[in-house]
Design a protein around this ligand. Structure first.
Ligand code: GLA
Length: 390
């Protein structure tokens, strides 16, 4: 079992607190985003992978309508009933779980036949852009759907987590994080098409690995920067729908050539934002063809292009992430590097030759430390199995 020490600690803490072993334990991993940035809510394409770190949710039914939820790391407990579920302004960590519970019951958790007591524990670093919150939502939805005997497919479960983000956590995210956590496969990338919500897996082979480099720059998607980017994309899509003589509902429908021709009708900033997901979609499709041919250098070059687009056009990078990518570029054993996820801090994802991992980590750490005084965290990531029961 992956992360067995986390599971053992959770079950021991659960038993100590609630006096019996949990009825159900589910696990869901975090994710890395490899290519295709801010494309999910534009109905575009993404390459991502579930990672080898994740979160466990342990739960048992209660006899009445009471619910109790404990964060297994700092042992804080929230208490509520099935009819008092609402977004919390204190102990806001509970919103990922209570929001998921709420939408598993279509917004009417009071209709649940009984309550539950649950505890979660994971090992995904927080604020690193590795989707710890989506992992928590996905192990929650898996465990609670089993507890109540509710049947949902993976995409429906992912959407429940996304709704929890929108309404309880306040982040207008796309479906990428939850879908990657659900559809991940060992040793493989997930290639998603968010127009049709189709998820294919693509084997990576043993010659490459991913290295995540966590900057110490702040990463918070609920403070408005993410929402303003999403809004700009939607505004741009409306503009293109008006000027192009074809159906446009999202930026997915707009090509780079069309952006060049018709961008002048957009405000400067909106035009800059729009070209990022448009270019990213093209890069993911090119990247898929390159991966099929085994062209890792070509795929890596697209990752560098993706970062340039974030840096210059979408402006969701920051100095620390740029430093990591610029350092990576000078190391021959790194094929490609880019920021991963929402941006504005968090982590970079590097495609590397695993036999040179120590050298790469040392070089990046050295240059980062010289500039900022503290050290980034470099870790090799194994693409892993998606959410499942334990
Ligand atoms: C965050 C969001 C995702 C996606 C990425 C950027 O991780 O939660 O839905 O938009 O940013 O690609």
């Amino acid at each position: 079992m992956q992360n067995k020490e986390v599971y053992d600690e959770l079950v021991a803490k659960f038993e100590k607190m609630y006096g019996a072993k949990p009825e159900i334990v589910a696990y869901a991993p975090g994710r890395i985003e490899v290519l295709g940035n801010h494309t999910d809510y534009n109905e575009g394409y993404v390459f991502s992978a579930a990672i080898d770190k994740g979160t466990f949710f342990a739960v048992s039914a209660t006899a009445d309508d009471t619910c109790e939820l404990t964060a297994g790391d700092f042992m804080e407990t929230a208490k509520f009933t099935t009819s008092t579920v609402k977004p919390a302004t204190e102990m806001t960590w509970q919103n990922y779980v209570t929001g998921t519970f709420n939408w598993l019951f279509d917004g009417n958790p009071a209709s649940a036949k009984h309550g539950w007591k649950g505890m979660f524990l994971g090992n995904i670093p927080l604020g690193a852009g590795l989707s710890s919150s989506a992992a928590l939502e996905m192990c929650t939805v898996l465990a609670l759907s089993k507890l109540y005997g509710i049947e949902k497919d993976k995409t429906a479960m992912a959407k429940i987590g996304q709704k929890a983000e929108h309404t309880f956590a306040g982040c207008p995210c796309g479906l990428l994080d939850q879908a990657s956590s659900m559809y991940g496969k060992e040793g493989a990338l997930v290639k998603s098409d968010f127009r049709y919500n189709t998820f294919e897996t693509v084997e990576m082979g043993p010659k490459v690995a991913f290295m995540m480099v966590k900057s110490n720059a702040k990463h918070a998607l609920v403070d408005g920067a993410y929402a303003s980017r999403r809004q700009a994309c939607e505004d741009a899509a409306k503009h293109f729908a008006g000027v192009l003589r074809k159906k446009v509902t999202h930026l997915r429908d707009v090509t780079m050539a069309e952006w060049v021709l018709y961008r002048s009708g957009l405000a400067e900033t909106t035009a800059k934002r729009a070209v990022h997901p448009i270019g990213e979609d093209e890069r993911v499709l090119q990247g898929a063809a390159l991966l099929e041919k085994g062209d890792l250098a070509g795929f890596g070059a697209l990752m560098y292009d993706s970062h340039e687009s974030s840096r210059n056009w979408f402006e969701n990078s920051c100095e620390e992430l740029d430093t990591i990518v610029d350092t990576a570029k000078a190391i021959p054993e790194v094929y490609g590097a880019r920021l991963s996820g929402g941006g504005f801090g968090g982590s970079c994802c590097l495609l590397v030759d695993p036999s040179a991992a120590d050298k790469i980590a040392a070089q990046i750490t050295k240059e980062y430390k010289a500039k900022y005084g503290d050290e980034p965290v470099c870790s090799l990531i194994k693409p892993s199995e998606g959410a499942h029961f334990v």
